[in-house]
Design a protein around this ligand. Structure first.
Ligand code: BG6
Ligand code: MG
Length: 224
C-alpha cells in the first residue's frame, strides 16, 4: 500500500466557495446573450479553463462568436466574477478547509494547490490563506486544462513527491479525471453520482478523515 505523503487541493469549490460565483457570472453572460444556463450545464465548466468554459457556454446557447468577441466575453465574465470575489470575506473559506489543510501539515504531509484559475493568487491573498500551501500551481502555470493531469503532476514534481503518494481533493468531474490520469488518488467533494470516478466522495473537507498527528501511517486515507 502506498502511504500518502502529499495532498493536492483544487481551489474553487474545495477550499473556497467561489464555484457559485463562477456559475452566477456565466449565467449572467448566457442570459445577456439570450439563453438559459442551468446548474447542471454548469457542472461541465467546473475545473475547466476560462476560455474552454466560454466555448461550452456558447455551445449550450448554439451561438458562434469570433475569437476577438470570445476574448471580450471572457473578460466581461471575469469582471463580474472578480466583482463578487472582491466582496468575499474569510467566512467564505469552506467549512473545515483551513483546519484540514493545517492538520495535514501538522502530520508532516506536504500540501499543494492545483487550480485552473488564473485568479488563484488574488483569492488566496484576499483570504489570507496562501501560506497553507507548500506549492501553488494555478492557471498561469499550466498549458493543458483538466482533465489533463498537468496541473497535479506539476504540483507533485514541485513538492518532490511521486504521484502514487499523492491524493487530490476535487469538486469537478474533470478534476477527478485529471487526478486519476496522473496516477493519484482522488477524493471527490460533492455529489457521489457525478464524481463516481473518485476513490471516495465526501460533502466537504469538514468530513475528510484527518491524519493522526503521530504516525500518519494509520490514516484512513491510506486505505482507500
Ligand atoms: C476553475 C473553476 O477552478 O478555474 C472553473 O472550477 C474556472 O469554473 C477555472 O473556469 C478558471 O478560472 P479563472 O478564475 O481563471 O477564470
Ligand atoms: Mg473546483
Amino acid at each position: 500500500m502506498d502511504h500518502i505523503k502529499a495532498c493536492i487541493f483544487d481551489l474553487d469549490g474545495v477550499i473556497v466557495d467561489t464555484a457559485v460565483y463562477h456559475y452566477k457570472a456565466w449565467k449572467r453572460l448566457a442570459n445577456e446573450l439570450g439563453f438559459e444556463f442551468t446548474e447542471l450545464d454548469n457542472e461541465q465548466l467546473k475545473g475547466v479553463s476560462r476560455m474552454r468554459s466560454l466555448e461550452i457556454v456558447l455551445q449550450c446557447g448554439g451561438i458562434t462568436k469570433t475569437e476577438a468577441e470570445q476574448k471580450l466575453l471572457a473578460a466581461q465574465k471575469n469582471t463580474w466574477y472578480m466583482d463578487m470575489v472582491n466582496q468575499m470575506t474569510p467566512a467564505e473559506i469552506l467549512p473545515g478547509a483551513k483546519e484540514f489543510v493545517e492538520s495535514c501539515r501538522d502530520a508532516g504531509i506536504k500540501t499543494a494547490l492545483g487550480s485552473a484559475s488564473k485568479n488563484s493568487m488574488t483569492i488566496l491573498n484576499k483570504l489570507n490563506i496562501a501560506n497553507l500551501f507548500d506549492v501553488i500551481i494555478d492557471g498561469n502555470k499550466v498549458s493543458k486544462a483538466k482533465p489533463d493531469p498537468e496541473v497535479f503532476l506539476k504540483g507533485a514534481a514541485e513538492l518532490g513527491i511521486e504521484p502514487k503518494y499523492c491524493v487530490v481533493f476535487e469538486d469537478a468531474i474533470a478534476g477527478v479525471e485529471a487526478a486519476k490520469a496522473g496516477g493519484m488518488k482522488a477524493i471527490g467533494i460533492g455529489d457521489p453520482v457525478l464524481l463516481h470516478e473518485a476513490d471516495m466522495v465526501i460533502s466537504g473537507l469538514d468530513k475528510a478523515p484527518r491524519p493522526p498527528k503521530e504516525g500518519a501511517g494509520d490514516w484512513a486515507l491510506n486505505k482507500i
